[in-house]
Design a protein around this ligand. Structure first.
Ligand SMILES: [Zn+2]
Length: 137
């Protein structure tokens, strides 16, 4: 009989004797916890992606929250920089501060692209197919 080596649980870090070669968690509880964490992470990445996807590349003036999401900068820091005049902005009224996207790129580099989870990509393709079918009608 082959002796299996102990593994370290990916969730709690405890050493355990894996039941199968593919086991990465010490217990069902850890596996469930890790799965939940993963789903939360995927969901927030997905939500962020959904918002940033709605901002067209052609739009030059973006709001502070949009800039924060696109460039991965905390909103509070952005408002501070805008308030200090370090980021030039256009004020269209209360809470209607717009930042020139090109200024952001100049200061912080290109907007980040979020890693896409495989299942989301699949959903997106399905969505595109559906839209294509609808537009044919
Ligand atoms: Zn564990």
């Amino acid at each position: 009989m082959m002796k299996r080596a102990n593994k370290q649980c990916l969730n709690c870090g405890k050493e355990f004797l894996p039941k199968t070669v593919t086991s990465v968690y010490c217990s069902h509880v850890c596996s469930k916890k890790a799965y939940k964490q993963k789903m939360i992470r995927l969901k927030s990445e997905g939500e962020l992606k959904a918002i940033t996807d709605k901002i067209p590349d052609s739009r030059v003036f973006i709001s502070v929250p949009e800039a924060g999401m696109l460039f991965g900068i905390h909103i509070k820091s952005l408002y501070r920089l805008v308030g200090q005049g370090k980021i030039p902005s256009v004020n269209l009224g209360t809470r209607l501060i717009r930042i020139d996207r090109r200024v952001m790129v100049g200061m912080f580099g290109p907007a980040r692209s979020l890693p896409q989870a495989a299942h989301r990509r699949k959903n997106y393709t399905a969505l595109k197919k559906r839209t294509a079918i609808q537009s044919v009608k």
